[in-house]
Every structure is written in structure tokens, then in C-alpha cells.
Write a protein that binds this ligand. Sequence first.
Ligand SMILES: Cc1ncc(C[n+]2csc(CCOP(=O)(O)OP(=O)(O)O)c2C)c(N)n1
Length: 319
Amino acid sequence: MISNAPLIDHYSKMLRLRAFEQACLVGFAAREIHGELHLGIGQEAVAAALIPYLRPEDGLVSTHRNHLHALAKGVSARALMAEIFEKETGLCRGRGGHMHPFDKSTNFSATGIVGASIPVALGYAYASAMEKSDAVGIAIIGDGSANHGTFHECLNMAGAWKLPLIIVVENNDYAISVPASSVTAPVPHWKRAEAYGGLGLAVNGIDVEAVEKIYAEAFAHARARKGPVVVEAHCHRFRGHYEGDADSYRSREERTRMRQEGDPIQHTRAKLEAAGVAVADLDRARKEADDEMAEILAAVRADPMPPASAALDYVFVGA
Ligand SMILES: Cc1ncc(C[n+]2csc(CCOP(=O)(O)OP(=O)(O)O)c2C)c(N)n1
């Protein structure tokens, strides 16, 4: 009999990621989170499938849409949520906010500058080569970032020096309101890796099992020092580009269809139900994820904000 355990595990992990961002939505609606908030709801499979392959010594660098990747890298959900709520208990004591979380202890960071996660991940890959370790550098980017010069420059360097760089492109069809198809040359992002002596892989980012299989190949390739890898996962961003975006560049039909047909959690649940897993067990997994995040949300809400007079503390070295 084939065990459903690995898929149930993926399902639980994706539920946890979604519950985290849904808790953030509660805080955003209550105006407890300030500034822009970019959520990855709908893109959970791309992050959850990374978990079995990531090691603490690997460096992972994400974007403005970074929460799911941070949790996949092992960043504390409590400290990350507190950072998003700009609390003194946050990962960066509330000074980084949602777009700039850094965690030295898990080798995780993110940047709001589109395309800028790739050179930082390349730095991790270079350090790994210098130290002769088999750690890898992973950059997660959107389809918009993949059209930046940094994508090509870093692939060139990693190809020339056979550096263990993995670039995961979350292709959700849009960069804000710009359809990827209107600004992308006919050669897809994954295939561009070949021009730099790298391995290019494409996958349906809704199917967590398919994504995991592709990562197995990607990480084996990079850890064996065979050169860079580009994984392009096609997925959907269910929310607007940021909270408050009217999302008027997508038709109502398009938005309805992507939620009905492109939800990695529903897709996985349907597979598990078809395999005979009890609905009660699947519901319990969801409740566990929701309960964990509700508890974290309540704790974060009670945390103190940094005083205004301390806004510049920890900002300048030696100050
Ligand atoms: C260098 C730079 N240019 C422009 C922006 C403004 N900006 C923020 S997100 C974004 C679109 C990013 O699209 P994509 O890379 O596809 O990621 P997604 O938002 O779809 O996850 C832009 C242009 C920025 N942050 N940095």
C-alpha cells in the first residue's frame, strides 16, 4: 500500500503557511500593520515543498512577498509575525517590518528591491564554494525579477564558476498589473538557464508533489557542484499585488477560475480525499494550523511597539 503520509505532511505545512498569512490579514484589517503588505496566498506549494531540502547552512534570500519562504527556512512564526506587526519582539525588533526581515540564525533574508535577492544568494553560493561545503544559495524571485539584469549576471557568474545557486521563479503571471506575457521574450525563464550552462526546470506550482520532485533534482544538481539551476513554478497570487490593490487588471472570471482551479491546498486535499484519507483528519490538520496562528496573533497583538524615541536604535553600526 502506498502511504499518504508524505502528502499529508505537505498538506499540513501548506495549511500552516496559509494560516500565518490569514492571521496577518486580520491584523491588516484592524490597521495594526502599517505600510504595504504583500501576501503569497495561493503560492504555498512552492514554499512548502522546499522544506525537506533546506539545510540550516543554506542561505535563502527572498523578495517583498517573503513570509512563506521565511517559514519554510525555519524562521520562528512568532518572531516573524511580530516583525510584520512592527513589534519590539520581532525578528529585527520591529525596525525591518514585513518587507525586510533578516534572520542570521537561519540564514534567511529578504529585500523589497526587485531582482536584488539573486546577487545576495550568489554571495552565499560563492562562500560555499570557497569553504568547500555543499551548502547552496537560493534566491526566490517573481517573474518580474526574472527580467532584471541581475538574473542574467548572476547566472553567468554561477555558470562560469559552477557555483551552487538555485533560482526559484514564482511565475504568477503578473508583476503588479503587468502581464508577464507582455514583457517576456519567447524563451521562458527556466530555459534561459541553459544559456549559462545551468539546469532549467519547469513545474506546475499548484502540485506540491510535482514541485518536490523538481526540487530533488535541483538540489542534487547544485550540491554536486554541477552549476546553477533555475526552477520556474507556475502559480497564482490570489490576493492583489499588495493589500489594498484593487486588482482591476484581472477580470472577475480570471480571479474566480484561479481560486477554483489553482489552489494548491484544495488540489492536495482533493487528492487525499480520493486516496481515502478521512475528512475529519484533514479538518483537524486545518484546525491545528489555525489554532497555532491564532495563538501567535494574540501574543503578538499584546507585544509592545518600540518607542518612537528608539526608532534609530540598531539602525547604525556603533551608533
Ligand atoms: C528595483 C525595483 N523596481 C521596482 C519596484 C517596485 N515593485 C515592487 S514589486 C514589483 C513587481 C514584482 O513582480 P514580480 O517579480 O513578478 O513578483 P510578484 O509581486 O508577482 O511576486 C515592482 C515593480 C521595486 N520594488 N524594486
